[in-house]
Ligand binder design. Structure first.
Ligand SMILES: [Zn+2]
Length: 441
């Protein structure tokens, strides 16, 4: 049999095409970790710095090719010790991971990837020679069910930066990778009336989140931004050096959550921060529960359901894609109202959106009532005018009737066509009118 060189790339191709997205990620991560460790452990070579992803994988595939060759040679040996070299290396690798802080689960995932890799080339690891420690799995973990009271405890235990992260995380419900990359220049006008609209383009689904910053978050965030300006230069500790142009202050990072370097705080940094804060706040999780950044997102979703706001609105807030037909029914104004309800439910510090909406409503109603009253008064005045006019007319008609009656009773009208008759008529009219009006002669 001819030993043609084996190509570890074919396994990666097979995985890429046949497995789910998460499996691909997990397998690639396991193989990468193993290859880099192997190269250092066996050949004392450090991973070359600053490679593109493409170059890195070329490098890893080359290592894995040599691993396969070594494995094939070892298995062809008559010496049982030689044949078990890889199993012992795997065991060593596992110890290294544990010391490095890897969880039981992630070490096991990496092991599975490497075991599958050897299996693919008919170079199976001898499972019985691998300690159960390496193959052990823990019960699958579920996300801890974070509550508002947990938020309150954490808020109390947190420093200014911690409070800013906590409040923003529970307002926005963003994924950790989108959250960690927020830049200062992206922030909305914090002087606007809260809740302040804040949209972020999410990396995973390429959907814009349509979130808000609540009334309790805005002042904390503002104070935090101020504090960023005062960060001490880590080279000279405030004395002034070339790095900081003699100011003693750290250069402003474009990122809202800067690390010590130029980059934003890493996802692991956020994980450590959350773990540490939860511990200080006395939050107890059972071993099969994990408290991750995802818990803020879940809490926001739950608040959406429990306040009756509904999932569609909250999904739009966090940038989860929703059916276009659902989205068209919800406009920005509805989202704002929805957020107000949710944020009242998730209130941590007691600072709430001002009662202004209610006050506004009362002012508006009073204004409408005043205008109504004014219109009613005008209407009544008109009616009274009409009334007076009608009354005058009526009394005049009555008087005329009376005069006609009296003239009729006095034996008919004199003939006003003769001078004598006309004079008599005028006299009688005068007499009657003077009588009726009780007037002068
Ligand atoms: Zn300095």
């Amino acid at each position: 049999m001819v030993n043609c060189p084996m190509n570890s790339g074919s396994f990666l191709n097979y995985v890429d095409n046949a497995k789910s997205k998460n499996t691909v990620k997990s397998y690639r991560n396991g193989l990468k970790h193993f290859a880099l460790w192997y190269q250092y452990e066996r050949h004392g070579k450090e991973q070359p710095k600053r490679r593109s992803r493409r170059d890195l994988w070329k490098y890893i595939i080359a290592i894995l090719n040599s691993v396969l060759e070594e494995r094939r040679e070892q298995l062809g040996s008559d010496n049982p010790e030689q044949r078990r070299i890889m199993e012992r290396l795997i065991e060593q690798w596992h110890r290294h991971q544990t010391r490095d802080g890897a969880s039981v689960n992630s070490a096991r995932c990496r092991y599975v990837a490497v075991a599958q890799f050897f299996k693919f080339y008919d170079l199976d690891l001898k499972a019985s020679m691998i300690p159960s420690e390496v193959k052990k799995t823990v019960i699958s973990q579920t996300n801890y069910r974070l509550t508002v009271s947990d938020l309150k405890k954490m808020f109390q235990a947190a420093d200014l930066r911690g409070r800013a992260i906590l409040l923003m995380a529970k307002d926005l419900g963003l994924r950790i990778d989108d959250f960690s990359r927020i830049e200062v220049s992206q922030l909305p006008d914090l002087d606007a009336e809260p809740p302040v609209s804040f949209n972020v383009e999410t990396g995973k689904e390429h959907v814009w989140s349509q979130g808000f910053l609540s009334a309790e978050t805005v002042p904390v965030l503002r104070a935090y931004l101020e504090s960023l300006k005062d960060r001490q230069c880590s080279y000279c500790r405030g004395r002034g050096c070339r790095e900081c142009d003699g100011t003693g202050k750290k250069k402003q990072s474009p990122y809202l959550w800067p690390s010590n370097g130029d980059r934003p705080m890493t996802e692991n940094g956020f994980r450590r921060w959350l773990k540490d804060l939860a511990q200080r706040a006395g939050i107890k999780t059972s071993p099969n529960q994990r408290l991750t950044f995802q818990c803020f997102r879940k809490l926001l979703m739950r608040a959406g359901i429990e306040t009756g706001v509904g999932l569609t609105a909250v999904k739009m807030m966090v940038g989860k894609s929703v059916a276009q037909s659902d989205a068209t029914y919800i406009v920005q104004a509805d989202l704002r109202d929805a957020f107000k309800k949710v944020s009242k439910f998730l209130n941590v510090s007691g600072v709430e959106e001002a009662q202004k909406p209610l006050k506004d409503m009362i002012v508006q109603q009073e204004r409408e009532m005043a205008s109504l009253r004014k219109r009613m008064k005008m209407f009544l005045d008109k009616m009274k005018e009409q009334d007076d006019l009608t009354h005058d007319l009526k009394s005049n008609v009555d008087k005329l009737n009376l005069i006609v009656d009296k003239l009729a009773a006095s034996g008919g009208l004199p003939d006003w066509r003769t001078p004598d008759g006309a004079r008599k008529l005028v006299e009688q009219l005068k007499k009657n009118i003077v009588q009726d009006y009780g007037g002068e002669n």
